[in-house]
Every structure is written in structure tokens, then in C-alpha cells.
Design a binder for this molecule. Structure first.
Ligand code: AMP
Ligand code: GLY
Length: 424
């Protein structure tokens, strides 16, 4: 197969690395790619969110499968355009991508199909939101709706804070919802119409600071699997949340095809849906890819061509992976750009370690420079989380990047839990 991968971050470097190792992958193109991806793929400088440019490149280069990394091309209709041109594509059309694009859409779908999620109301204006607030106990969660409102989630600990969050959100549509108590975990499932199979679980660390403090980021680290999502809870999440969603999307005439990322809250009553994403998580993808065994390209092709139900389920390694993000100073605000990065090779000499590139660029001199907020995703695989952690940080410490910072406590919750169990 000739494969075209869309995107340019750490998630796509991990996808490219894994696709390149697949026996069925003959050649790999990436658009636009990055210096890490260039190790495994030929990078082509086209706009991955332009349906015309993607289809033209795929046709010109005889591409058999397009794999979409980020959500922007999906929302822009790139997968629709590929399907219309009869090019196999891994990733949903724009209509089912609403599962990520509109919180209100997903909440209504859950309500209609009895899918467990927080109780909620949808409102169109701030004054309706203020009027609806009394129906909820505190804490309460205020979410601005729509893709433009990416960071618009407030967990309000007082009524005052809730009112301020509503006023700050302005007059657009909002969702107000019940606060769910529990631990969060992510489940990644492959979905092909009404067929859905679990791929892997993971947990990430969204806050920039150690101890999970400070502003939210795209994710400062992750590990896979997430043992809190036990086999029984995973089975319930598939049966009560993912499968009913797949069936509902199919029955609406907008079947989902690709990877569905369910952000779950593991409550006392069982798993409840916090949100969906319609693509792999970043950095969860960097943690998951090294655990996938078998022909990954063929697995994605099976999803893309409607054969998932007739395909052997994915096989995951029993080993554990940990990814530590090295970010540029300033992130998640404005990151400092142009910092010199060196000594990645010694880091990759550490057993089980791969260093994925997220925000790097190659200077004409050959030097590697930082160009984004999240710069590197250092991933280690080992028989257990404590050893994966030791390897990951040994590699992180080998890398020279003066403008970078990272969290030293990735995995702390799970490491404390497993230490507690050992002590029992
Ligand atoms: P979202 O963008 O919907 O994933 O929300 C971002 C974060 O806010 C989640 O990862 C949770 O930590 C938190 N959150 C969202 N909704 C709830 C809820 N109903 N109860 C508790 N925490 C929530
Ligand atoms: N790590 C969270 C995300 O990819 O949305």
C-alpha cells in the first residue's frame, strides 16, 4: 500500500513510525510532516485541511489509503472528499466529526439513546444559562459550545464562579452540566459503522504543572494502558457508550469510520462519557503506538474499507508505555521559538525509547529547532509503569534543549496506586 498521512505533530510522528513498520506499507507520504516524520516518510508541503489539495496529491501519487491525524482536516471535509473520489480514508466524514465539534450534539445524542453522561441543559444565551443554573448543585460545569470554543470548559466550585464563567463565555450557545466525581480515563476504539472494537486505554496529564496544577494544555504526558479502566469497566464502556453511539450514528445515515476517543469519568455508578474526540489523542497516541502489534496499516485499511467486522481484533503488547512531553518555555501561552535541540540520538539509545517530534523544524544548517508549544514526546516501553518511567526520564535527561521544560511526575497517580498495592 501507498499511504498518505495528514498532520505534523507528535501524534503523526508516532503514527508514521508505526505505519512504516507495517508489512503492508510499501511507501509513506506525509503532508506536511515534520523533521521527525521525515525519518519514516516523504514529506510533501500541501495544506492538509484542503480537500482539493489532498485528493489531488493522493491521485497523483497513487495513494491507496489516506490516514488523517488531527481533527481540522476531518471537520473541513477532507475525508468526505477522499470517499467521493473513491480513495480509502481512515477518519470520519464531517457530519460524524460533530461528535467532537459540537458538545450539544453529543449530549443530545446521549440523552436520546440512554448513553451515560452528566445531566445537562443546552442554552442559547447567557441569560438563559443564568436562569438554568439553579437546577444544578455545586460544583457545576460550564461549557461553551462549538469548535471555536476549544478551551471553554469551567468546573465552577461556587455559584459566583459559575456566574462569572457564564458571563465570560459571552452570548453563544452553552452546555451546563452536572459535575461528575471519579477518575478520568480515555478509551480508544476503532469504529466502522455499527462495528466497534476497543484498541487501547490511556491516561494523560492535562495541567501544565506538577501535581496536576496550573493551566490546561493539550497534554504534558500520558501512559498506556490505564489500569483503572479494568477489563470489566472497558466492557461496560464499549457496551453502554461506544457501541450505542456507533449504532446511533449509523442509523442517522452518518456512520462513523475511524478512531473514536471516549473521555470517560469512572464514577461510582460506572463509566460516564465526558466528551468524544474523533481522532487519536496527542500525546496518548505516542504512548499507544509502541504497544500495537501486527500489521497496523492493514488494520487501518480494514476500518477504511468497511472490513473491521471481518478482521482479527487488534493485538496489544502487555507492556506499559509512558510518554513525557518536553514543551517550550511559555507553553501553554506563547511558546519561545527557535531553541536549539540536541542529543536526541543518545536519548534513543535508552532501551525501549523512541523520541517523537511534535514542534520541531530543521534549520538550513541541519540544526534542529523548536517551533511549537509541545516540542518532543519522549516515549518509553517497559514491562511495568515504574520501569517505563525510569527509561523515559533517563532519555529526557539525555536531551539538550535549554528552552524546554517538562513535568517530572507523569504517571504519579498510577505509580502511587501500584506502590500501595505492592505494600498490601
Ligand atoms: P472537555 O473539554 O469536555 O473534555 O472538558 C475538559 C475537562 O473538564 C475534562 O477533561 C474534565 O477534567 C473536566 N470536566 C468536563 N466535564 C466534566 C464533568 N461533567 N464533571 C467533572 N469534570 C468535568
Ligand atoms: N490529549 C488530549 C487530546 O488529544 O485531546
Amino acid at each position: 500500500m501507498n499511504i498518505l498521512l495528514l498532520g505534523s505533530g507528535g501524534r503523526e510522528d508516532a503514527l508514521a513510525w508505526r505505519l512504516r513498520q507495517s508489512p503492508s506499507c510499501d511507501s509513506l507520504l506525509a503532508a506536511p510532516g515534520n523533521p521527525g516524520i521525515a525519518r519514516w516518510a516523504e514529506c510533501v508541503a500541501i495544506d492538509p485541511t484542503s480537500p482539493e489539495a489532498v485528493v489531488a496529491l493522493a491521485q497523483e501519487r497513487g495513494v491507496d489509503l489516506v490516514v488523517v491525524g488531527p481533527e481540522a482536516p476531518l471537520v473541513a471535509g477532507v475525508a468526505d472528499a477522499c470517499r467521493a473520489a473513491r480513495i480509502a480514508v481512515f477518519g470520519p466524514n464531517a457530519a460524524p466529526a460533530q461528535l467532537e465539534g459540537s458538545k450539544g450534539f453529543t449530549k443530545d445524542l446521549c440523552a436520546e439513546h440512554g448513553i451515560p453522561t452528566a445531566d445537562y441543559v443546552r442554552v442559547e444565551t447567557a441569560s438563559d444559562a443564568l436562569a438554568a443554573l439553579h437546577r444544578f448543585t455545586i460544583p457545576v460545569v460550564i461549557k461553551a459550545d462549538g469548535l471555536a470554543a476549544g478551551k471553554g470548559v469551567t468546573v465552577a466550585l461556587t455559584r459566583d464562579e459559575a456566574e462569572r464563567a457564564i458571563q465570560a463565555a459571552g452570548d453563544g450557545p452553552m452546555v451546563i452540566e452536572e459535575f461528575l466525581e471519579g477518575e478520568e480515563a480515555s478509551l480508544f476504539a476503532l469504529v466502522d459503522g455499527e462495528v466497534a472494537v476497543p484498541l487501547a486505554s490511556a491516561q494523560d496529564h492535562k495541567r501544565v504543572g506538577e501535581g496536576d496544577t496550573g493551566p490546561n494544555t493539550g497534554g504534558m504526558g500520558a501512559y498506556s494502558p490505564a489500569p483503572v479502566l479494568t477489563p470489566e469497566l472497558e466492557r461496560r464502556a464499549m457496551e453502554e457508550i461506544v457501541l450505542p453511539t456507533a449504532r446511533a450514528m449509523a442509523s442517522r445515515g452518518t456512520p462513523f469510520s475511524g478512531v473514536l476517543y471516549a473521555g470517560l469519568m469512572l464514577t461510582a455508578e460506572g463509566p460516564k462519557l465526558i466528551e468524544y474526540n474523533v481522532r487519536f489523542g496527542d500525546p496518548e497516541c505516542e504512548a499507544i503506538m509502541p504497544r500495537i502489534e501486527g500489521d497496523f496499516a492493514e488494520l487501518l485499511m480494514a476500518v477504511a474499507s468497511g472490513r473491521l467486522g471481518a478482521t482479527e481484533p487488534p493485538v496489544l503488547s502487555d507492556e506499559t508505555t509512558m510518554t513525557v512531553i518536553i514543551a517550550a518555555e511559555g507553553y501553554p501561552g506563547t511558546p519561545k521559538k527557535g531553541g536549539l535541540i540536541d542529543e536526541i540520538e543518545p536519548a534513543e539509545q535508552v532501551e525501549g525509547v523512541t523520541v517523537f517530534h511534535a514542534g520541531t523544524a530543521r534549520h538550513a544548517s541541519g540544526a534542529l529547532l523548536s517551533v511549537g508549544g509541545r516540542v518532543l514526546a519522549v516515549t518509553a516501553k517497559a514491562p511495568n509503569l515504574a520501569r517505563a518511567r525510569a527509561r523515559a526520564y533517563r532519555a529526557v535527561d539525555a536531551i539538550r534543549f535549554a528552552d524546554g521544560f517538562h513535568r517530572r511526575d507523569i504517571g504519579w497517580r498510577e505509580l502511587e496506586r501500584s506502590a500501595g498495592e505492592l505494600a498490601k
